[in-house]
Design a protein around this ligand. Structure first.
Ligand SMILES: [Zn+2]
Length: 438
């Protein structure tokens, strides 16, 4: 496989946050890297490009997108609630679904996924990552958390009301005290985690009004209090501190699920790299995040579905974070809604929050790389320069005019290999069968 060149007329450069014209990028499919980025003199290229090159002139090109908060083992909660997915689907079904989700995500233009917990599938997210890296299935570059950390009785499937003898799959890893926290981080890293995820808070009263646990946001008991399952902090400060300190020793980034302001502030004080969700946030939290260079992944797409009542407020909070200078990354908690519809998060940031498109696209590329740990993640991706991973996508319509442009990505390259061209998947069904006489 020899290096070849991709020619384009309009390119989004996330480092400059600018649209640039007449660029040609040479890539090496063996190393997977960009070799050179050249500015072409206008008119220097004929009607057709040299044999072996790719012509993306007339399309809108940018680096491959990063989904900073996804779950490959989940499919839409509209199809089946999360508990039922974990309880009623076999490991084989969940792995086969994950492999389909990975292909779908890649073909939708998402060349990197930060997969923030395997949702009762143990370390299988690390194993799917390795299968993609070995070329067994197509998919985004995965950075995985394996099991999320939480304290006893918080992010676990609860069973107080079950009929007895029911064995639920374990979800997160229950950890109590700074020593166990340190040990759990070491165990996660040894099990293949690229990123450590912990829960700052969760719905700890989930069994008081059954069967609300069938879907934590739908109240189905009679006469429940106004908020039957409030989010409550699950770790003490010293436990969060121990998680972050140990992860730093292990050179791994830390992501924190936070539903409460209190939990989010404790996590930011502990030094996490990213705060996920923060459904409740205030200016003080965002100021802390700016000071400590903590990224915010607001997961608007899941909030649009599960937090309808407060959604306008959640959009306004995200706009406030942006205007205060909080660093954003883009990921909708994909999997709770369909993989392939990842770009809903881009649409909500632009249309719902009023954040300029260029800032959102920068957050969805360079910001995504930073959320994966930046230099800690070992590979540069998300912008266009020699030595950076050759991830490119192209859109037939211009997102500056068409707010739905990201729904029809029609070209995808990851690591210098083309996976979609002119709207159709390519290289997806390689026949690897060869007969060897012995
Ligand atoms: Zn999530």
């Amino acid at each position: 496989m020899a290096p070849y060149t991709v020619h384009m007329s309009t390119l989004f450069d996330p480092k400059k946050k600018q649209w640039v014209e007449d660029v040609s990028i040479t890539v090496d499919p063996v190393s997977g890297n960009i070799v050179s980025v050249q500015q072409r003199a206008p008119g220097s290229l004929g009607e057709t490009v040299p044999a072996g090159d790719i012509d993306l002139r007339g399309k809108i090109v940018m680096p491959g997108l990063v989904d900073a908060h996804a779950h490959i083992f989940l499919h839409s909660y509209d199809e089946r609630p999360s508990l039922s997915q974990k309880r009623d689907e076999s490991n084989a079904e969940r792995i086969i679904r994950a492999s389909q989700h990975c292909r779908t995500a890649l073909l939708a233009g998402y060349t990197t996924y930060r997969d923030l917990s395997s949702e009762s599938m143990g370390e299988a997210d690390a194993q799917v990552r390795d299968c993609i890296n070995r070329g067994l299935i197509p998919g985004p570059r995965l950075f995985v958390a394996t099991r999320a950390l939480a304290s006893t009785g918080s992010y676990e499937l609860r069973s107080e009301n079950h009929a007895g003898g029911v064995c639920y799959p374990r979800g997160g890893e229950a950890v109590d005290g700074p020593d166990e926290a340190r040990k759990a981080v070491r165990r996660r890293l040894a099990a293949g985690a690229d990123v450590i995820k912990f829960f700052a808070d969760y719905r700890r009263r989930i069994m008081r009004y059954p069967p609300a646990q069938q879907h934590p946001y739908i109240v189905s008991a009679t006469h429940p209090p106004a908020d039957p399952n409030p989010d409550i902090v699950v770790f003490a400060q010293e436990e969060m501190d121990a998680i972050v300190r140990e992860a730093k020793l292990g050179r791994a980034p830390v992501a924190c699920h936070a539903g409460t302001i209190e939990g989010a502030k404790m996590a930011v004080a502990a030094g996490v790299l990213t705060i996920e969700h923060a459904y409740f946030a205030d200016e003080e939290l965002f100021q802390m995040m700016v000071e400590r260079k903590c990224l915010f992944v607001p997961t608007l797409a899941v909030c649009e579905r599960l937090h309808k009542k407060r959604f306008p407020e959640i959009l306004a909070q995200t706009k406030l974070a942006y205007s205060l200078g909080v660093r954003l990354a883009v990921g909708g908690d994909t999997g709770t809604y369909p993989h392939g519809q990842n770009a809903r998060e881009i649409e909500l940031m632009v249309e719902g929050c009023g954040i300029p498109l260029e800032d959102v696209l920068e957050a969805c590329t360079v910001g995504g790389w930073e959320a994966c740990g930046g230099d800690l993640c070992g590979v540069p991706f998300g912008w266009l320069a020699p030595g950076v991973r050759a991830d490119l996508i192209a859109l037939p319509t211009d997102p500056r005019k068409d707010p739905r442009a990201f729904r029809t990505v029609d070209f995808v390259m990851k690591d210098g290999v083309v996976w979609k061209q002119d709207g159709k998947g390519v290289n997806l069904h390689k026949d690897q069968h060869t007969w060897i006489d012995c």
